[in-house]
Design a protein around this ligand. Structure first.
Ligand code: SAM
Length: 292
């Protein structure tokens, strides 16, 4: 299926998701960076290292909740999302903070933007676009020494949910994902010209399997971007770290049921059950387009 159709499929899915949540949105207080499907679980903003004065772009920013904590660290923040409803949500929640939100396909944004110090994607455009398209664009538009960090659901955790997403009104919409295990992502990152620093598998809070992969990459060369804080990254918790009441209220706003769209647990510890037969085979990256 053609890429433009798959992009339209994803835009439609996440636009509908956003429009269902939008009436409950209001200005928020920055909370925690959530790299996993489980709020309060796994690493947080420390993964970025020192970001003061650096241009940081989130590709597939959704409601913008993961960018807000970076403004507290004085990063120059840019959020990009292909779904107009998501950008409306982000502006409603974070319009009072210095974040530039753009409604665009991440590939189009990357082709036009000035050089970036850090790109990140949390279940966002990396994993929802063909990797052979988006990764080379990121590689080209990062400054020398610039970093890419992204999280993607582990294919086994997603199971059949890789092809569909359940919305708050109970309906199901198709989505197109590109999934793989650690070796597939490492190869895709390396083929784009970036150096793959490491791929960290993250356990579920219950410890019953890997929920997502956290990929760290760097553009060869030197820059102001600090090296990946690898020691911090290796010591993050793999057990639930419950958010404070303020974080829970600030980051979720009562409008979100977990990280809807990631495969979607509705609480911090229990992923939403799959409703179709579990145990789909791992999809190689290059075959992601058969998902719809
Ligand atoms: C699962 S949501 C994640 C949102 C956010 N990163 C978070 O963690 O809450 C995926 C987001 O990626 C966006 N997206 C999908 N394909 C995209 C693309 N090609 N360019 C930009 N955004 C895209 C969707 O519209 C959606 O908002």
């Amino acid at each position: 299926m053609r890429t433009s159709i798959l992009t339209a499929v994803n835009r439609h899915a996440w636009d509908r998701q956003a429009r269902l949540a939008l009436p409950g949105d209001r200005p928020m207080v920055p909370g925690r960076v959530e790299w996993t499907q489980y709020p309060g679980h796994g690493p947080g903003v420390e993964l970025f290292g020192e970001v003061s004065g650096l241009t940081v772009a989130e590709l597939g920013c959704g409601n913008g909740d993961n960018l807000a904590p970076l403004t507290v660290k004085d990063a120059d923040c840019v959020g990009v999302d292909v779904a107009p409803g998501q950008i409306s949500r982000a502006r409603t929640r974070w319009g009072h903070l210095p974040i530039r939100f753009h409604c665009a396909d991440a590939r189009v944004f990357l082709a036009r933007t000035r050089p970036l110090d850090i790109c990140f994607s949390i279940f966002g455009a990396v994993g929802l676009c063909p990797p052979e398209q988006i990764l080379p664009l990121i590689s080209r538009h990062l400054r020398p020494g610039g970093r890419l960090i992204f999280s993607v659901p582990h294919p086994r955790w997603l199971g059949p949910r890789r092809a569909v997403m359940r919305l708050a009104d109970g309906s199901w919409v198709p989505v197109a994902r590109w999934t793989s295990g650690p070796q597939g992502w490492k190869a895709a990152v390396t083929a784009s010209g970036l150096r793959c620093l490491r791929v960290d598998p993250i356990d579920t809070p219950a410890g019953d399997g890997i929920c997502c992969l956290l990929v760290h990459a760097q553009k060869p060369g030197r820059s102001a971007v600090s090296d990946s804080p690898s020691d911090d990254c290796k010591t993050f918790q793999t057990r639930p770290n419950r958010p404070t009441a303020r974080q829970a209220t600030a980051t979720r706003g009562g409008a979100m049921t977990g990280k809807t769209g990631h495969g979607n647990p509705s609480t911090s510890s229990a992923p939403r059950p799959a409703t179709t037969t579990p145990g789909s085979p791992i999809t190689p990256l290059q075959e992601g387009s058969h998902d719809v």
